[in-house]
Design a protein around this ligand. Structure first.
Ligand code: ADP
Length: 257
């Protein structure tokens, strides 16, 4: 708590009164430490791919480039790491645009049913790489809603791509679209590794990952769910997650009609 004092005097400099202002700075300090943590996280996330690019490049320059096979392998690693940095910077820019309210939303009538069907179709190839079954079900009549089609597509892509990433081979990913009273819901369920109960409340935080190494191996930035949450909240909707370890995960988005 910060305390400010002010003493009021009359024309003869005689004290007339005192004002005491007490300012609770707990919230400010919390924000400040969140900001610091975020910057530390960004730095760390960027340094990891740079370190790896640098060491593979140096090894190539030191003579490894004479072997064709090694060269190809190393260049592939460098390429993958550069892609990761691009994704990370793109995600960060998007979050900062939302934070600063500089995001330009392109609001139109959109059909969540069409979006889900389209994305599920587009992601079949990715699912087939792990022999996963990816299906969608539309339950009842789904009216259109007002929203930004590209951003809502991005949310659906993020959720399905997480489901594919964190579900082993031959797993099942099912997406439901339906209406519940005045909300349209999109539910993405998977039969994957699940999330421990103690981690569940934190997965929408920026850079929070249950298993950092696994997320990185899968090419994740740790920002996918944080971005999804911002986009859905900007639409006046909600996003929730339920999960059971080794059973699977269920992410539900609700958007007002
Ligand atoms: P990432 O890029 O690491 O996937 P996200 O923000 O999309 O970042 O998700 C945060 C974390 O939540 C992931 O690292 C993972 O631990 C967990 N997670 C998200 N979706 C799922 C899922 N469908 N199954 C299991 N874990 C998940």
């Amino acid at each position: 708590v910060k305390i400010y004092f002010a003493v009021f005097t009359d024309t003869n400099k005689k004290p007339e009164g005192i004002i005491v202002v007490m300012h609770d700075v707990t919230e400010e300090q919390k924000l400040d430490s969140m900001r610091r943590e975020f910057v530390a996280n960004v730095s760390h996330e960027l340094r990891t791919p740079i370190t790896s690019i640098k060491s593979y490049t140096e090894t190539l320059l030191d003579g490894a480039a004479e072997d064709r096979e090694t060269t190809e392998r190393f260049l592939n690693v460098i390429n993958t790491e550069a892609d990761r940095m691009t994704r990370l910077v793109k995600d960060l820019l998007q979050l900062s645009r939302i934070d600063n309210e500089q995001m330009s939303w392109n609001i139109n009538e959109v059909s969540l049913k069409a979006i889900v069907k389209d994305i599920v179709e587009r992601m079949q190839l990715e699912a087939s790489h792990k022999s996963q079954k990816l299906e969608s079900f539309v339950i009842g009549e789904i009216p259109t809603i007002k929203g930004d089609k590209d951003r809502l597509e991005q949310v659906v892509i993020n959720l399905i791509s997480n489901a594919l990433k964190y579900t082993p081979e031959h797993g099942e990913i099912t997406v439901y679209v339906g209406r519940l009273y005045n909300d349209i819901y999109v539910k993405v369920t998977d039969s994957g590794i699940g999330i421990p109960a103690e981690d569940l409340p934190r997965v929408f935080e920026r850079f929070y990952r249950v298993d950092k190494a696994r997320s990185r191996d899968m090419g994740g930035t740790g920002l996918g769910l944080a971005i999804a949450k911002e986009i859905i909240q900007a639409h006046g909707g909600t996003i929730t997650i339920a999960s059971e370890e080794k059973k699977g995960t269920e992410v539900t988005v609700r958007l007002p009609v």
